[in-house]
Write a protein that binds this ligand. Structure first.
Ligand code: ZN
Length: 87
């Protein structure tokens, strides 16, 4: 038995079920757009300063390539302290 084929069939059945259910609910009062706003939208990635563990927006972070990888700091001072501690 091809497991992928089985999965595809199951997905198709599920989709068909959802479509039927959706059409049945059209016109009913219970139809309403449900949006779950549990999390505030994050407009920007936060990066963690490895020295003081502060989270800073990527655009405001002080970036320094360390060992070929960019490291983000809240300030230049933190970067320097981090480098000094690393040695
Ligand atoms: Zn810092």
């Amino acid at each position: 038995m091809n497991i992928v084929k089985l999965l595809v069939i199951l997905v198709l059945i599920y989709v068909a079920y959802r479509v039927v259910k959706m059409f049945r609910r059209v016109g009913a009062d219970e139809v309403k757009p449900y949006r779950v706003d549990t999390e505030p939208p994050q407009r920007e990635d936060l990066v963690q300063d490895p020295f003081c563990k502060t989270y800073v927006p990527k655009s405001q972070a002080y970036v320094q390539d360390i060992g070929g990888r960019p490291q983000y700091f809240c300030s230049r001072e933190c970067c320097e302290k981090y480098l000094a501690e690393k040695k």
